[in-house]
Design a protein around this ligand. Structure first.
Ligand SMILES: Nc1ncnc2c1ncn2[C@@H]1O[C@H](COP(=O)(O)OP(=O)(O)OP(=O)(O)O)[C@@H](O)[C@H]1O
Ligand SMILES: [Mg+2]
Length: 430
C-alpha cells in the first residue's frame, strides 16, 4: 500500500505531494537537469482537514529521517530547540525538518511577524540552504506568519487544503462508513452533501457518534436517522432528541405549524430552482428552537444563478407562511436581512441594476445611496414575488413536504427526493 493511500480523496493535492516526495527521493535525477528541487512546503487550512496526515505521508514516502518541531515549551526554551532541531537535521542530511502547527510557534493566533521564533526559523532555513534539508510545515492561519518566511527559496511551495467537497467528501464518507455497520441503503452522497463544508475530522466524529447512538439503542445497524441525530448534535449543536412540549400546548402547536410551513417554503423554492440542493430540513419543537434548512451547492450551475436562487429561497419561508396563514411572521426578519444583504451586494458591487448604481470605491453621494436603496427594495420585492409564484405553482409539493415535516420533524435529502418525485413540479425561470 502506497503511503499516500491513507489520504482519502484530494487527488490533485496527492499528486503534487507525490511529485515533491519524488524530488526528495531522487535528487540526482533533478540535479542532472541542473534544476533545484523545492526547499520547503507549507500545507495550510482550517483545523482537521488532514494537513498533518498529508505531511506524514510525504515523510513516510520519502524514507528520509525527520525532525519534528511542535510548540510544547516556553518561548526561550523553544527558540533553543528550533536551533537544535535544524542542527541535527543538517548533521543527518538528507533529512526533513517538520514544523507542525507553525502558526502556533509565536503567541496564539495574533499576527507576530517579528516574533523571535519566526526570525529563528527563517535564519535556520537560510543556514541549511546548501544542505539537503527539506522544510515541511503545517499551519491554520498563515496571516500570522512573516511574509519573508513564505518567499521563494524558503517555504516556496504552498498548498491550501480546503474542506472536502463533491467526490472528495463522498470518498471520505464511503471510507468511514465502510468500516462500520451502516444500514445497506445508507446514501453516501446524501451524507456527503449534508456535511458539505465540514472537515474530515468532523465527518469522522459524526459518523462515529451515529454509531454510538445506534449502539445505545442496541440497534443492529446504523441508519440515516442515527446519522442525522449525530449531525444535529455535533455540527449544529442541537440536542439529539426533541423536547417535550411545555405547559402551553396550544401555543407550542401553533408555533410549530408556522415553523413547519416556513421551512417547507424554503425547501420547496430551493428544490424547484435547484433540484437536489436541500440536504436537511428541520422543524423540531422545544424551548427556543425553530427550524432550519441546509443547502448544498454542487457547483454545476452558474454562480449568478445559484446566488439568485439562494435569495429567492431565503424568502420562501415567509412567502409560504403568508400563503398558508395570511400573516407576516415575527421570526422572518433574519431571512429578510439575509436577502437584503445579498441584494445590496449585487446592486452596489455587481451592477445587478446597472452600472450607474455601482459604488465605485468612493464615498457615495446621498443621491446615489437613495437610488441604490430604491433599487434594492424593488429587487427584494421582485424576488419575493418570484418565491410566491414558485410556491403557488407547486402547491402540491409544498403541501406534501409540510405534511411529512410535520410528521417527522426532520427530512433528509432522500425523503425530499421521494416527495419531489411524487409531485408534478412546475419550473420557473428567474
Ligand atoms: N483526507 C483524509 N483521509 C483520511 N483521513 C483524514 C483525511 N483528512 C483528515 N483525516 C483524518 O482527520 C483527522 C484530522 O486530521 P489531521 O490531524 O491531519 O488534521 P489537520 O489539518 O492537521 O488539523 P489541525 O489543523 O487541527 O492540526 C485525523 O484522524 C485524520 O486521519
Ligand atoms: Mg495538524
Amino acid at each position: 500500500m502506497n503511503t499516500f493511500d491513507r489520504i482519502i480523496g484530494y487527488s490533485s493535492i496527492k499528486k503534487e505531494l507525490m511529485q515533491i516526495s519524488d524530488t526528495l527521493k531522487n535528487r540526482e535525477a533533478y540535479e542532472k537537469l541542473g534544476v533545484s528541487a523545492p526547499r520547503g512546503l507549507l500545507l495550510y487550512g482550517e483545523p482537521g482537514l488532514g494537513k498533518s496526515l498529508m505531511a506524514s505521508a510525504v515523510i513516510a514516502d520519502s524514507g528520509l529521517r525527520y525532525f519534528l518541531l511542535r510548540k510544547d515549551r516556553p518561548n526561550g526554551d523553544f527558540v533553543k530547540e528550533i536551533k537544535t532541531v535544524f542542527k541535527e537535521a543538517k548533521e543527518n542530511a538528507p533529512a526533513i525538518v517538520y514544523l507542525d502547527d507553525m502558526d502556533k510557534f509565536a503567541n496564539g493566533d495574533e499576527r507576530h511577524p517579528d516574533a523571535e521564533e519566526y526570525v529563528t526559523v527563517q535564519s535556520c532555513i537560510d543556514e541549511v540552504k546548501k544542505e539537503a534539508v527539506f522544510v515541511l510545515a503545517t499551519a491554520n492561519n498563515i496571516r500570522c506568519l512573516p511574509r519573508s518566511l513564505l518567499r521563494a527559496g524558503r517555504l516556496d511551495r504552498k498548498i491550501k487544503v480546503e474542506p472536502p467537497h463533491g467526490r472528495d467528501a463522498e470518498e471520505i464518507v464511503a471510507y468511514y462508513v465502510r468500516s462500520k455497520k451502516f444500514a445497506r441503503d445508507i446514501d453516501v452522497k446524501a451524507v456527503a452533501h449534508l456535511m458539505d463544508g465540514c472537515s474530515c475530522a468532523e465527518l469522522e466524529t459524526v459518523i462515529n457518534e451515529a454509531g454510538l447512538y445506534a449502539g445505545y439503542e442496541r440497534a443492529e445497524q446504523i441508519t440515516l436517522e442515527h446519522f442525522m441525530a449525530a449531525y444535529l448534535r455535533t455540527v449544529m449543536n442541537e440536542p439529539a432528541s426533541e423536547d417535550d412540549f411545555g405547559e402551553d400546548l396550544s401555543s407550542e402547536e401553533e408555533i410549530r405549524r408556522q415553523v413547519v410551513w416556513h421551512e417547507a417554503g424554503h425547501a420547496v423554492v430551493s428544490e424547484v430552482l435547484c433540484p437536489g440542493s436541500v440536504t436537511l430540513v428541520s422543524a423540531r419543537s422545544g424551548a427556543g428552537r425553530g427550524g432550519f434548512t441546509n443547502y448544498y451547492n454542487d457547483r454545476t450551475r452558474s454562480g449568478l444563478y445559484w446566488r439568485k436562487s439562494r435569495i429567492i429561497g431565503s424568502l420562501g419561508g415567509i412567502a409560504a407562511t403568508e400563503q398558508k396563514f395570511g400573516l407576516v411572521e415575527e421570526g422572518g426578519s433574519r431571512d429578510l436581512d439575509a436577502a437584503f444583504r445579498a441584494v445590496r451586494n449585487s446592486v452596489t458591487e455587481d451592477c445587478a441594476c446597472g452600472l450607474h448604481l455601482h459604488s465605485g470605491g468612493y464615498e457615495d453621494s446621498q443621491r446615489l445611496v437613495a437610488e441604490q436603496e430604491q433599487a434594492i427594495s424593488s429587487e427584494v420585492e421582485k424576488y419575493f414575488r418570484k418565491a410566491k409564484e414558485i410556491l403557488a405553482l407547486n402547491a402540491e409539493f409544498l403541501e406534501k413536504l409540510a405534511a411529512a415535516l410535520s410528521e417527522k420533524s426532520l427530512l433528509s435529502a432522500v425523503d425530499i427526493e421521494r416527495i419531489r418525485s411524487e409531485c408534478k413540479i412546475v419550473s420557473v425561470a428567474i
